[in-house]
Design a protein around this ligand. Structure first.
Ligand SMILES: NC(=O)c1ccc[n+]([C@@H]2O[C@H](COP(=O)([O-])OP(=O)(O)OC[C@H]3O[C@@H](n4cnc5c(N)ncnc54)[C@H](OP(=O)(O)O)[C@@H]3O)[C@@H](O)[C@H]2O)c1
Length: 339
């Protein structure tokens, strides 16, 4: 199979940041699907792993943990999928990724591709949907079916990949979503996805929220810099509110700022279940199944905003450059292999 590998930490603009390699097809373990990859979405984690590689050429790494494709073969213990099925998946960051014509993914982590979406539109969804779903409905326990309707949720980083699906999931659950965005196009994107209000994260947030009638909010989903927003979140969260963060902090943070309000703080890491093979890891397949149904019934839409084609070393370098700009709107997807 063709794979696009990274062997060392080079800038995304370096022509050697990614290299094509011919590798043997992987063969599925008991629980695996062997998937022919049709489209891949890029995520900041891909760029972070690339940047963490050694400076000298080392073992080739296949990055990429977000995609859609067709099942070619299944392991002996797989019951839910068969060859020919179209699937979408994020998978497991401890295994080779999907910047390759074929990838192995544990079937329990996969969902059926939404039938109404193209492979590119479907590839935009898995990693960010799992992150947003787990963050909102599992880690801080908001109700996905409306029992928390009317409660206020501040989403920091509304137009990014995670924010774009979180806004939709939260609105569907009846929450009042205040998203942050700093540019006219990212602001318009958030409003179009269902945010009730958009505030500018480059201006002080408290006065903007106060002007909208929110002194404090019931919950905060921080899809941006945890350190930068720590004290702001402590100020804006209601007593007994909940905060979920998805970006590791760089410096020690003072937990005491959350104590007097008895704030609940949760981490979300989408790869926890696959990496630790938790007893409930199949929940990720369940979540992707729900996402798929919601898309097919018109309750959610793809967050695919930009596409590049075909999937090769050049387009992956370009895609990582865009990721590193920090100005993504929705998802950037690469689609198709040149024959
Ligand atoms: N823990 C997990 O499981 C998990 C999962 C997915 C992602 N992540 C991490 O979460 C972060 C976000 O991921 P993503 O895929 O959503 O990223 P992304 O798509 O690259 O996010 C881009 C967005 O970030 C916004 N932004 C830039 N600076 C900001 C700031 N100071 N405050 C608030 N928003 C800002 C931009 O909005 P404007 O252009 O409007 O400024 C842009 O729309 C990354 O660090 C990623 O590694 C963690």
């Amino acid at each position: 199979m063709r794979a696009i590998v990274a062997t060392r930490a080079l800038p995304s603009s370096d022509p050697l940041a990614f290299e094509p390699r011919e590798l043997p097809d992987p063969s599925p373990g008991d629980q695996d699907l062997l998937i022919r990859v049709e489209a891949v979405a890029v995520n900041p984690v891909d760029a972070k792993v690339r940047a963490s590689l050694p400076h000298e050429p080392g073992t080739p790494r296949i990055l990429g943990w977000d995609g859609a494709g067709v099942v070619e073969a299944v392991g002996g213990a797989v019951r839910d999928f068969s060859p020919g099925d179209a699937v979408f998946f994020a998978g497991d960051i401890t295994r080779p990724g999907c910047y390759a014509e074929k990838v192995l993914v544990d079937g329990r982590l996969c969902g059926p591709k939404p039938a109404i979406l193209s492979f590119a539109e479907a590839a935009a969804l898995p990693l960010t949907s799992l992150t947003a779903w787990e963050a909102l409905f599992e880690r801080i326990g908001l109700d996905s079916e409306g029992a928390d309707a009317g409660r206020s949720l501040l989403i920091l980083g509304g137009a990014g990949g995670v924010g774009s699906i979180a806004i939709q999931l939260a609105r569907r659950a009846g929450l009042e979503v205040i998203a942050t965005a700093s540019r006219p196009e990212s602001r318009a994107w958030c409003l179009d996805l269902g945010a009730s209000h958009v505030v500018d994260h480059h201006q002080p947030l408290a006065p903007q929220l106060a002007a909208l009638g929110y002194g404090e909010v019931d919950a905060i989903a921080n899809f941006s810099d945890t350190d930068a927003y720590w004290n702001v979140m402590a100020e804006l969260i209601k007593p007994q509110g909940a905060i979920v963060c998805i970006v590791g902090n760089r410096s020690p943070l003072d937990l005491n700022v959350l104590k007097s309000k008895s704030v609940r703080l949760a981490w979300e890491f989408m790869f926890t279940r696959p990496q630790y093979r938790t007893a409930d890891m199949a929940q990720q397949g369940v979540i992707l199944g729900i996402i798929s149904k919601l898309v097919d019934s018109g309750g959610l839409r793809s967050t695919c905003h930009d596409r590049l084609s075909p999937i090769n070393a050049d387009t992956l370098g370009q895609a990582h450059g865009r990721l590193e700009s920090g100005q993504a709107i929705g998802k950037l997807v690469l689609v198709g292999w040149l024959a």
